[in-house]
Design a binder for this molecule. Sequence first.
Ligand code: NAD
Length: 375
Amino acid sequence: MVLLIAVREAIRYDPSMPTVEHKPLRRLAQAIVLGTGSAPAEALAVANHLVDANLAGHDSHGVGMLPTYVAEVAQGRLCPNTPSELLRDDGAFLAFDGQRGYGQRAAGEATLAAIDRAQAQGVCVMTLRNAGHIGRVGAYGELAAAAGLFAMYFVNVTDHPPSVAPHGAREARYNTNPLCVAVPDGQGGTAVLLDMATSRYALGKVRIAKNKAATLPPGMLLDADGKPDTDPAVMYAEPRGALLPFGEHKGSGLALVCELLAGVLSGNGTLQPDNPQRGGLINNLFSVLVEPRHLVDDDWMGEEVTHLLDYVRSAHARAGMQVQIAGEPEAVQRAQRLRSGIPVDDTTWREITTAAAEVGVDSERMTRLLSGPGE
Ligand code: NAD
């Protein structure tokens, strides 16, 4: 009760849901990750990644993941302070093993190494296997685009049973296998950022809907009998339901491609059941980063990208719809949430509060972290 009051004093309300400013949320997230045993730099990297995901509008990959990370560390399936091991360094190829360390650190550091290599050699094919949850894949695409590179990321999700039904199936055989393509704007930013789960709904968004006691739109879910459903609880029941792939057979095919590129080329394997599963949350990734100057003239490229995007934006919108470029919805959310705060539903707050207490961040400390410039 004391804590709820403290939280309510530290947050600003909008009519529908409490909101928290990003800076106090970063402090709280960092304290929780520190509490799991991370050194300050790692805790800061994980906290910033999570809050940046919230700012981008992807609450599914924001601070609501902290309770999962706390539980994963407690069960020995996520290992703080574990740097990736460089498995292969061979010309344009870099291969890392995340060794079950925090995925945000592993994928961030691996991407920085791949950027250096692509800038030196024109291209880098980088794989990362056996990393903890890497979160919002777009964060790594943005890093590459800021360095002037085109980047493609394909990711699979292993160590636990599947959650996404292949097209035509009544039961799951994939996970939400995300992919990301980032295109640089030539001025240190990102012109296009396609960053998406291959399921119609990311699993984290199902968690958020469950926490808000909301239903999902039709066409997202099957229940455990393979019948269409809209209740997010079917994904948390036993036996479990299944998410549907986006785009029917096409999204289902892309989920398979992510499974093969990330699972096979990283060397960590796919989610096929002969591979060991410890019930955790592991990401493997396959990425290609390209320095475009090795292929095309810089000025021409910048103009061509701009002309294409202008042409796309010039299409007249259908009634009640907007024409946007991939990455724009996140930019709009970021601007809005920087102004008005990040909404966090009550159930997610309760889960974060419980997780914080488990790692020694008690209610008084939480109050200090949320309310002042503090620690
Ligand atoms: P989403 O459906 O909200 O957006 C997908 C893409 O479509 C984005 O690039 C977005 O900019 C674009 N987009 C959205 N609305 C648009 C519109 N009206 N017009 C044009 N473009 C539009 O994203 P999602 O599939 O729910 O994925 C959410 C996040 O979850 C991503 O950041 C992804 O990386 C992450 N994810 C991570 C994992 C993991 O295992 N680490 C697994 C699944 C998803």
